[in-house]
Design a protein around this ligand. Structure first.
Ligand code: AMP
Length: 390
């Protein structure tokens, strides 16, 4: 893979794909982590004095048409502040006059183009759309790891028309995630949580062939528990996956650890009469892992040398149900201080880590949820493969 260090950008028009898909609340960016993650790449490009830097990104999930609530304009104040520089904004990333407008700007200008997903051609990986975007630049730099598992115009399309290379964020993600796969220091422990088994079956299978232990929490554990014949009450269970869960459990040769106790509640929203139990009685939901489970997982994690974490241990959005997820974040942060390498991926686990204020104590927090899972699963990401073509 060609990287930013391998190419000369002086006087070139540089087209940079970033992931500015930041959370927006009340018309403002509520957390600028996704923006700041690209600042090293942007500053390194600017240092080379390109003729123009043109930033392209998506925001949210507009349905292929301009939608004001998903306008990238919202990131401009944050971006200008982070860069300490003026950033021009173009209302359409592929308008009839976008290219001419870009060319009129003085040398050294920075521009941000409106949401790529205002055009259905982005997700459809339309060749003409990719060619149009490519025509704005002389060189394409890909830095949006979070979309690297998608074959879109701005991931696999543009590299067909321009010399392309990876930015620093992609390089950093690939470095940490491939270290997990190549030669992880052992014990290597993965922690998986979140809502559904169905979305994580293939990563579970692949992790089980690599890790020493796989610790499971969150709603996905109930499908496994039910498959073992344990009562799960009203908890989220994917009945269609009971057989699959049984199969994985059996093949895991003791590597798969499941919660042994649970915080239960009669309601998802509010902690009415919550209690800890070993099985989940009828009429109750499992909402978090219990203290014995935390203790058991702590024993494993504190001796581990490599840790990968994806997905919360319970309904962490509700404060009363967040203790398990918070404690796991603390335990991994402590293990990291004692020399373990820790990598966390996935929107929700990252949000939970941030809530605990422990983000800086992890070795690496991936900016890609789906992309990091697919990478760890050993799948080739199309957006990264596209950078290898030259
Ligand atoms: P995922 O996107 O698969 O990582 O799932 C994250 C979601 O799983 C979060 O919104 C959590 O609230 C949810 N979740 C975790 N544990 C539970 C549980 N015990 N019951 C219901 N939802 C859960």
């Amino acid at each position: 893979m060609k990287t930013l260090n391998d190419i000369d950008l002086r006087d070139k028009r540089v087209l940079l794909r970033v992931d500015f898909n930041a959370p927006v609340k009340n018309g403002e960016v509520s957390d600028d982590t996704r923006l700041s993650a690209h600042i090293p790449t942007i500053n390194s490009i600017l240092k080379q004095r390109p003729r123009a830097l043109i930033l392209i990104s998506h925001l949210g999930r507009p349905k292929g048409a301009p939608t004001p609530e998903f306008s990238l304009k919202v990131v401009l104040p944050n971006l200008r502040k982070l860069l300490g520089k003026e950033v021009h904004f173009f209302e359409d990333c592929a308008g009839n006059d976008t290219k001419a407008g870009l060319e009129k700007l003085p040398a050294g200008s920075i521009s941000l183009l409106e949401n790529l997903r205002f055009h259905s051609e982005e997700k459809n990986n339309d060749e003409n759309f990719a060619r149009k975007l490519a025509s704005y630049g002389d060189i394409f730099i890909q830095d949006a790891f979070a979309v690297a598992h998608r074959a879109h115009a701005s991931t696999t399309g543009i590299p067909k028309f321009l010399p392309s290379a990876a930015g620093f964020l992609i390089q950093k993600e690939v470095k940490y995630l491939s270290e997990l796969l190549k030669n992880p220091e052992r014990p290597f422990v993965a922690v998986l949580g979140g809502a559904k088994v169905s979305t994580k079956i293939s990563v579970m299978k692949s992790l089980l062939s690599k890790v020493d232990y796989l610790l499971v929490g969150g709603a996905m554990s109930y499908t496994f528990l039910k498959a073992r014949g344990i009562n799960t009450g009203l908890s989220l269970v994917e009945d269609d996956f009971l057989e699959k869960a049984k199969e994985i459990d059996k093949a895991s040769v003791g590597k798969l650890l499941l919660p042994v106790d649970h915080l239960i509640s009669k309601s998802f929203e509010a902690p009415l009469e919550n209690t800890v139990t070993f099985e989940i009685p009828d009429g109750f939901y499992g909402v978090d892992i219990g203290p014995q489970t935390i203790g058991k997982y702590e024993e494993v994690l504190k001796n581990s040398k490599t840790i990968f974490w994806n997905g919360p241990m319970g309904i962490f959005e509700v404060r009363e149900f967040s203790a398990g997820t918070r404690r796991i974040a603390e335990i991994i942060a402590e293990a990291t201080k004692s020399g373990a390498v820790s990598v966390a991926g996935g929107g929700d686990s990252v949000a939970a880590i941030k809530k605990t204020g422990l983000a800086a104590d992890f070795s690496h927090i991936s900016t890609g949820g789906g992309a990091s899972l697919e990478f760890v699963e050993g799948r080739l990401l199309p957006g990264i493969e596209a950078l290898k073509q030259e």
